[in-house]
Design a binder for this molecule. Structure first.
Ligand code: GLU
Length: 415
């Protein structure tokens, strides 16, 4: 089967929104394409003394509402089109949450699981050496994404600060506490997602303390989603998975113990007291909430008819194809779309930048309160728009986000 191109998906989603908003063709064309793309070649002397050449990208999709913002992904299957799609979704995400930021994304084609810390540090610094003139708090602010973490952010921030000859904490977010990081950034994506799931459950009349959940992906978003499900609501996570496969226990899993097992063995599979389940089977489980929390294009026209969940909470970026979206809507499955559901990460990244600028750091409670306010507000606005226009939740999110960006471009005289 031909691979689905995430950027074509992002463009098709925009095209549908353009019709609803009756966007003029010029504005539509600008929004269909990234403003700027940077392609870099990164030669790294590996631990065995040999030079290996890596490819990297940074895409600044749109900065009409503020400097570009978005993570950097390290992944063996990274492509320029994936980065383009992710940078477009960042643009809509920051706009939907009404952050004063545009959208960007970066990526390096590499397999961090097979690299030593020294090699990863060299790669992180080499990337900044190539892009530093085009990033910064007033241009473009990177952050973590799939397979990047706070340590990688520190290396990047340090390299940028050295090149600038001064402390530049606000250039990269997702840094650790004590080095310009914000309280609450670690679990912000999952926590923000839960605030929207809580609102969706209120709307649908689902009692969260009795709800069952399946989570595809057990990285930063998936693990914390499982942890908070239990901690916040007493909800039961019955199945989780990662790239190697999944596990199920109808009586519920202990998210922390599963995480310890994954840290020790490299995967959630073979966790004692569970049965094996494939990633595909996990998506089709009869649960109240299904959280795709890994990569793009996992809910497609091939499997969507078999989904038995009430809510799809998209902690991943781009997990659902446009064909699948239409069927989910017809089947009455409530979708909390990616750039709403997973916006908690960039929202706390924005709080992190604010704290970096005024050199004063908030307590955790303050971060959570502000995050809850922003996420709840965005969810309610999307729900209302979906009801007013009689369109699905994703289209509703697009209508709000794209309109703001289009209005900003018009006011600035770009279109
Ligand atoms: N990579 C995350 C995302 O896709 C966070 C981006 C950020 O914090 O800038 O939203």
């Amino acid at each position: 089967m031909a691979k689905i191109n995430p950027f074509e998906v992002a463009q098709r989603q925009l095209d549908e929104c353009a019709k609803i908003l009756k966007l003029d063709p010029g504005t539509h064309q600008v929004l269909r394409n990234p403003k700027r793309e940077i392609h870099v070649t990164l030669p790294i002397k590996m631990d065995d003394g040999k030079v290996k050449v890596f490819k990297g990208f940074r895409v600044q999709y749109n900065d009409a509402r503020g400097p570009a913002k978005g993570g950097i992904r390290f992944h063996p299957e990274e492509t320029i089109d994936t980065v383009r799609a992710l940078s477009a979704w960042m643009t809509w995400k920051c706009s939907l949450l009404d952050l004063p930021l545009g959208g960007g994304k970066g990526g390096i084609i590499c397999n961090p699981k097979e690299m030593s810390p020294t090699e990863l540090e060299k790669l992180s610094r080499a990337y900044i050496d190539q892009v530093w003139q085009l990033i910064g708090p007033e241009q473009d602010i990177p952050a973590p994404d799939v397979y990047t973490n706070p340590q990688i952010m520190v290396w990047m921030m340090d390299e940028y600060s050295k090149l600038m000859g001064k402390a530049q904490f606000g250039t990269i977010t997702g840094k650790p506490l004590g080095l310009g990081g914000s309280a609450g950034r670690g679990d912000a994506t999952a926590r923000g997602g839960w605030y929207t799931i809580r609102e969706a459950c209120k709307f649908l009349g689902i009692n969260l303390s009795k709800a069952t959940i399946a989570i595809q992906g057990y990285g930063n978003a998936g693990y914390f989603a499982a942890l908070l499900a239990k901690k916040f609501f007493g909800a039961k996570v019955i199945a989780v998975s990662d790239s190697k496969g999944g596990i199920i226990n109808k009586d519920g899993l202990d998210p922390d113990k599963v995480n310890q097992h994954k840290t020790k063995t490299g995967s959630v599979i073979n966790f004692p007291g569970t049965s094996p389940i494939s990633n595909e089977q996990l998506l089709e489980l009869k649960v109240d909430i299904l959280c795709p929390a890994a990569l793009e294009n996992v809910i497609t026209d091939k499997n969507v008819k078999n989904l038995k969940t009430k809510i799809v909470a998209e902690l991943a970026n781009g997990p659902t194809t446009p064909e699948a979206d239409d069927i989910l809507y017809k089947n009455g499955i409530h979708v909390i779309p990616d750039f709403l559901c997973n916006a908690g990460g960039v929202t706390v990244s924005y709080f992190e930048m604010v704290q970096n600028f005024y050199m004063y750091y908030w307590e955790e409670d303050e971060v959570y309160k502000q995050l809850d306010r922003k996420m709840t507000h965005a969810y309610q606005a999307v729900l209302k728009t979906s009801q007013d226009y009689k369109i699905n939740m994703r289209k509703a999110a697009y209508v709000i986000a794209v309109k703001r960006v289009a209005d900003a471009m018009k006011a600035r005289g770009w279109v």
